[in-house]
Design a protein around this ligand. Sequence first.
Ligand code: ADP
Length: 793
Amino acid sequence: MTEELKQETIDVKEDTPTEIPAIALRGIVVFPLMETHVDIGRTSSMEAIDNALGQDKRLIVLVQKDGKIEEPTPEDLYEYGTLVEIKRVIKLPTDGLRMLVKGIECIKVNEFVAKDPFFVVQYESCQLTNDCQGEELEALLRSVMQGFESYSKKIGKITPDNFKRIIETEDIEKRLDLMASFLSITLEEKMQLLSADSLQQKLETMLGILIKEARLSELEMRINEQVKRQMDKSQKEYYLREKIKVISDELGEGEDRAAEIGEFKERIEQSKMSDDVKEKALKEVNRLAKITSMSPEYAVIRNYLDWLLDLPWNVYTEDQMDIKIAEEVLETDHYGLEKVKERILEFLAVRQLKNDTKGSIICLVGPPGVGKTSLAKSIAKALNKNFVRLSLGGVRDEAEIRGHRRTYVGALPGRIIRGLTEAKSANPVFLFDEVDKMTNDFRGDPASALLEVLDPEQNSTFSDHFIEIPFDLSKVMFITTANSAHTIPEPLLDRMELIELSSYTEEEKVQIAIRYLVPKQIIEQGLKEEQLFISANTILDIVRYYTREAGVRNLERQISAICRKAAREIVSGKKSNIRVTKQNLEKFLGKPRYHYGITEENDEVGVVTGMAWTSVGGEILQIEANVLSGKGNLMLTGQLGDVMKESAQMGLSFIRSISDQLDLEEDFYEKCDIHIHVPEGAVPKDGPSAGVTMVTAMISALTGRKVRKEVAMTGEMTLRGKILPIGGVKEKVLAAHRASSKIIILPKENQKDIEDIPLNIQKELTFHLVSTIDEVLDLALIKEKKNRRKTNK
Ligand code: ADP
């Protein structure tokens, strides 16, 4: 449809007949003042036009309610229409006509005077009632004009000329008709405008239409934008993906990658992961598929997937529940350790009765080499569980337990997750070795992470920073070991059931070696049983002269060294079997490393054998004191800890307080320096239990009384000379026995600890339980006074 505005007004002729031909149009509403082309095909319409052209070229155009009707009857037409003037008619090559008409006024059909061969109608002009004036009119009109302005800006079909003409049309009714002819609106809306019978109604209808159009066009714009954005995005992604494909094809990696991704998917499907975990894993695989293998992220995701798939999700071994079998396994794997085995079996029995894996955790406490790790292994074997060991010695921060976030370069899962991949089942025995060492180095964090791991309330959803997906640790049986319970952090200690293992006696060591270590090493070094023989006596010599330890770790090493040498001799064909004896031992192990029985050869002044306890077992300390001319200084050497230094100071004060009784001059300390030395300076020593020993050494040095060489002592002393109990009696006594002491001085309150000492050793020793330093001095110092040292006379 083309519209042009050639003139603004048409005079309505006075003598226009009110009966006039009419035609029906489909979908076109001709508004007054509007000039438009109309194509005509229907014969009836052409006849009507003919008729009109024969008269005054005026015609009524009516609108069909339904454009599909071929031969409309009056009922099919709206009763409102337009009186038009025919400006021009052209014959179309296809039988039809094209005529240019111009709207004159809006009319209402009163009656169809004739219907055949064409419609003739009797009509009346529609005059708008002017019911709107003043401010109301102005407000309404202003809104309409604003609406029209923004409409025309958005639609952009109205030329500036036409727009100008419209707004300059004075007559409001005509202006509205003009506007209406430019709006792209529905037929019904156009008819509403045409048929309005008051000015207010016409303005309001127009405003309603404009507001609706504004809303629609805004919506349309939004939708367009959204569609465009989505298209942009998907186009961009498509483009990039295609590009990656081309690049990786060029690099010849397309197939490898596809195979790798396929493999990951298959592994995920075949794993026993829960659906959640599978979903997450597949998501990662999909991410992997989208990025080039050149990118660093590719390696990160692949590494992550490898770890994820290596974890034993829902893989459980079947437990062996028979306590009898467990007992047999523990019994055959270990010599002695009766109490320990019993405690372990009790623990297992309770666990089985309660039928849960939760509850307390065994902590095996004892010096190195006494079989803690191997007991834990046996427990795993007895229960038919897989076994993993994790050493916590030196673990310094939480990330070692929980892992690093994936975003870190070279990130790894924590040790727990790594341990589980090694265990290959989700219900293994998990041994945490040296829990006490962890906190010695660093406080806080790793211990609290560990606490979470061990806590049955929390560990069913243990989350590692690297893996990110919670893993169920509740079926894991945790066992811990420590050298000493003192340094285990309190909250961890609370969770654990301590089972203490102590040093072995020489006899036990020999038995362990004969029954376990020698046969084990023979096999490990590829020998046959009959090819090597080591007698019990020889082993005792190895224990005495080549090792000095609480456990049997070094002993095992020495035996292993012997086996290797023997293997070499046998392989070189020199001998077919080998006997290791006391006499040829040096050939295998070199010169003895230790003296057995290092207590002094003779009774000496100022040298006392003390018994100490360190985390690696019992030790004896030869404490030496010397008195020199000087000014009352107390010198202490040999890497002594603060507590030990303080007890030396206190010891000196005590000696001053009893100088009379000792027959020393009252101001003896002002004229001399006292030097206390504890040999083997490299080993740090601390604790109050050397108090008695240091005082005895000082008194011996000051009074010149000799110390009986076969005496070994331990005990804390108060400022008034009372002796207080100490710990680690068994370990200390065993060490003293190793060093061939015969008389053992212990605090009275430690009496109960004597029964822990193996009977055969008890028999070889004489125990003296003391409560004051006087008693110690009586026992340790030889009565007669020789070379009495009255200092600085
Ligand atoms: P720990 O963990 O206490 O440091 P290990 O368990 O590593 O000690 O023991 C060291 C070696 O000594 C292992 O080969 C172990 O089998 C052996 N062993 C220790 N105690 C015994 C024992 N009572 N019976 C048999 N072998 C033992």
